[in-house]
Design a protein around this ligand. Structure first.
Ligand SMILES: [Zn+2]
Length: 114
């Protein structure tokens, strides 16, 4: 009887974590929530593989939108490819600062699949 009143608390943490994940980057849904993913994978159960596959597909789409076709750099944000066709540095002819794109060509998400 009293246990019934306590039991909902047992399901709390997962919901809270997922909420936090959702609110992790409320300002830029375009951004790559790498840290949020790691967290999500850790608490996720094996059953969630389909969801992970969906996220992978999503990441591939994101990669296409955040990778400049001219300089092949992948940025942390989406590029104005539809209007500009390339990243700002390419369009305006300057070197982007190294903290705006992935320094390594190996995507961080690769480790999640291993
Ligand atoms: Zn570029």
């Amino acid at each position: 009887m009293r246990e019934r009143g306590l039991s909902p608390g047992g399901h709390g943490p997962v919901a809270v974590l997922r909420c936090k994940y959702g609110a992790y980057r409320p300002d830029q849904s375009c951004n790559h929530p790498t840290r949020g993913w790691l967290y999500d994978v850790k608490i996720a159960r094996p059953k969630r593989t389909p969801t992970l596959a969906q996220e992978w597909a999503l990441d591939r789409a994101m990669a296409a939108r955040s990778t400049c076709p001219q300089c092949r750099r992948r940025y942390y944000f989406c590029l104005p490819l539809r209007t500009q066709g390339c990243c700002d540095p390419c369009a305006r002819g300057y070197e982007p600062s190294s903290d705006t794109y992935f320094a390594s060509t190996a995507p961080v998400t690769h480790r999640l699949a291993a």
